[in-house]
Design a protein around this ligand. Sequence first.
Ligand SMILES: Nc1ncnc2c1ncn2[C@@H]1O[C@H](COP(=O)(O)OP(=O)(O)OP(=O)(O)O)[C@@H](O)[C@H]1O
Ligand SMILES: [Mg+2]
Length: 263
Amino acid sequence: MPEAAFHMAASAPPMAADGPALLSARGLCFDAGGKRLIDGVDIDIRPGRRTVVMGANGAGKSLLLRLLHGLIRPTAGEVLWQGRPLDREGRLAQAMVFQRPVLLRRSVLANLRFALAVRGLPGPERRAREAEAMERSRLGDLANRPARVLSGGEQQRLAVVRALACRPRVLFLDEPTASLDPGSTHAIEQLVAEAHESGVAIVLVTHDIGQARRLGDDLVFLHGGRVVETGPASDVLDMPRSEAARAWLQGRLYLDTPTGPKA
Ligand SMILES: Nc1ncnc2c1ncn2[C@@H]1O[C@H](COP(=O)(O)OP(=O)(O)OP(=O)(O)O)[C@@H](O)[C@H]1O
Ligand SMILES: [Mg+2]
């Protein structure tokens, strides 16, 4: 399979930080169980940019991804795709790799097939993408094995190539390497880097500071459902301005509200 084949997907090269947003959130709020879990988030995802989302457990990172991907409806505010309310077309231009890989009780190949069939691609195109994804994932020998018996690293690799086979313009990844060893982590990072080179916008949740440096252009730091800090990833990691980000990066517990320490 020629290297270039994988890159047919996205035509746009990595873009500048100030281009028009592909995906935006405006005043995004989400309430559940009588609590405001996402609180007034504004965010812009630009074509080809890599945005890293960080924050403590329970800060709202996974919820934010679900809202941006249109899996749950906001209580207030809105998600815009190219300036218009996110619709089916916008959702189909996105793909998501969940914190725990969501694989069908079918073979590796059938998992790929299903994802492509849902998008209504013609047979020859589907088969070409399947072959390419199998090659990319290095799971060729396991094509007919039930996906759920794969190792954690293999499952995550399958989840990433399955998402990329759909040729998304935005790829969400929620802690894709959380329980993986360095070799498997590197394989996932490589796939993400290749997707980025082909112009896919990446939104990545991670607790791994090294990974945030390697893969992040922009960093959004969440605390208590609010964006408390955002900026170039290296700036936020090297010189955090918010107490919440500073404490988190230093491994300290920070329990106060995002608006500031309580008196
Ligand atoms: N449907 C729901 N109903 C009530 N509470 C919810 C719901 N979904 C999430 N929460 C709560 O919202 C908060 C944010 O959850 P979320 O999963 O987004 O955190 P996170 O930042 O991804 O954390 P982690 O790093 O542990 O994955 C948590 O306190 C969680 O318990
Ligand atoms: Mg999470």
